[in-house]
Write a protein that binds this ligand. Structure first.
Ligand SMILES: C[S@@+](CC[C@H](N)C(=O)[O-])C[C@H]1O[C@@H](n2cnc3c(N)ncnc32)[C@H](O)[C@@H]1O
Length: 287
C-alpha cells in the first residue's frame, strides 16, 4: 500500500481551490441532499461545529452565519483563504480557521464539538490513514457526526468504464484492488497513471473507498449509534447526465426531484452507487 504524502496532497488540493465551487454533473444535487440531512440534525442542543475538510466554506460559512460557533479545518491554505475571505466580506465573527490533517486532530480534546462534519474528501483521500481519520472525527465529537466517504460501488464502475481501453485480455489490476480492498493510488499500478490523465495535475488519490459494512464496524466499535448509513445521490447517477440536463430546463420539477432522490436513497436503494462526482456514502451517527 502506498503511504499518504500529505505535503503532496496539500499542493494538489491547493491547485483545485479555484475550481472547487464549479459544479459538475450531480454535485449541486449531492450538496442539496447533504444540506437536507444537516438541517435535520441541527437540534437546539447543537452550538459548536467542527467542519473537517471545510474547503471553501460552502457549509461552514452559512452555518456560522446562522449563529453556530464554527471551526473550519482544512489541509489546503488556498481553500482556507477563499473561505476566510467570504467570512471577512460577510463580517462573520463566530468562525475560526485551522490548517491541518484530518487523520491528526490532536490539537482538539475529546468531545470538543457538538457536531463534527467531515464530508467529501478528508476521510477517503487519506488513503491508508482513512480509518484513523474516521476515528479522530469521532473522538472530537460530543454529540453528532455527519460524514460522507467514497462509495466503493461507484469507484468500481468508474474504474471499469475508464479502464476498458487498456486491454482485450484482462481488466486492469486497479479493478481487483477496488473489489478487494477499496484502495486506489495513482502510483500503484502501471495503467493508473494513464487513467487519471486530465484530472488536476494528472493525479488522483490516494483514495480509500468504503463498503457500508466497513463503516458500520468502525463506527460501532467506536461506540457510536448509527442513525443513517446509506448511499447518497444514487438516483441522479442512475438517471445520467442527459436526464439532468433536461431536468434543469424544467425548474419546477427540480425540487420535486431532490425529494425523490432523498426517498430513493432512504427507501428504495439504500446501498446503491451514490453520486457520480461527490462522495456517495453518508453516515449520521450520535455518541
Ligand atoms: C472536495 S472538497 C470538500 C469540501 C466540503 N467539505 C464539501 O463537502 O463540499 C475536499 C476538502 O477536503 C480537504 N482535505 C483533503 N484531504 C484532507 C486531509 N487529509 N485533511 C484535511 N483536509 C483535507 C481539501 O483540501 C478540500 O478542501
Amino acid at each position: 500500500m502506498v503511504k499518504t504524502d500529505y505535503e503532496f496532497e496539500r499542493i494538489w488540493w491547493n491547485a483545485k481551490a479555484k475550481k472547487e465551487e464549479i459544479d459538475m454533473f450531480d454535485e449541486k444535487i449531492n450538496r442539496e441532499l447533504r444540506w437536507k440531512e444537516i438541517n435535520k440534525q441541527l437540534s437546539a442542543d447543537i452550538n459548536t461545529i467542527l467542519d473537517v475538510g471545510g474547503g471553501t466554506g460552502v457549509f461552514s460559512i452559512p452555518l456560522a452565519e446562522r449563529g453556530f460557533k464554527v471551526v473550519h479545518f482544512d489541509l489546503s491554505e488556498e481553500m482556507i483563504a477563499i473561505a476566510k475571505k467570504k467570512s471577512e466580506e460577510k463580517m462573520i465573527k463566530n468562525i475560526t480557521f485551522e490548517q491541518g490533517i484530518s487523520a491528526d486532530l490532536s490539537r482538539f480534546n475529546d468531545d470538543s464539538f457538538d457536531l463534527v462534519l467531515n464530508m467529501d474528501g478528508p476521510v477517503s483521500f487519506c488513503g491508508i490513514d482513512a480509518e484513523k481519520a474516521i476515528k479522530e472525527t469521532i473522538r472530537v465529537a460530543k454529540k453528532k457526526v455527519i460524514m460522507t466517504v467514497s462509495n466503493r460501488a461507484n469507484m468500481i464502475v468508474s474504474i471499469l468504464k475508464s479502464g476498458i481501453r487498456f486491454s482485450d485480455e484482462r481488466f486492469i489490476p486497479a479493478i481487483y484492488e477496488m473489489f478487494d480492498t477499496g484502495f486506489w493510488h495513482t502510483q500503484q499500478y502501471g495503467e493508473n497513471k494513464q487513467l487519471v490523465k486530465g484530472c488536476t495535475n494528472d493525479y488522483l488519490g490516494p483514495i480509500k473507498a468504503f463498503l457500508p459494512q466497513e463503516i458500520k464496524l468502525i463506527f460501532e466499535k467506536s461506540g457510536m449509534k448509527i442513525e443513517r448509513l446509506t448511499s447518497i445521490g444514487s438516483l441522479t447517477n442512475h438517471c445520467g447526465k442527459e436526464f439532468l440536463d433536461q431536468l434543469l430546463e424544467k425548474p419546477k420539477l427540480y425540487h420535486e426531484f431532490i425529494e425523490l432522490c432523498d426517498r430513493f436513497d432512504k427507501e428504495i436503494c439504500p446501498y446503491s452507487i451514490g453520486s457520480n462526482q461527490r462522495a456517495g456514502l453518508i453516515i449520521v451517527a450520535s455518541k
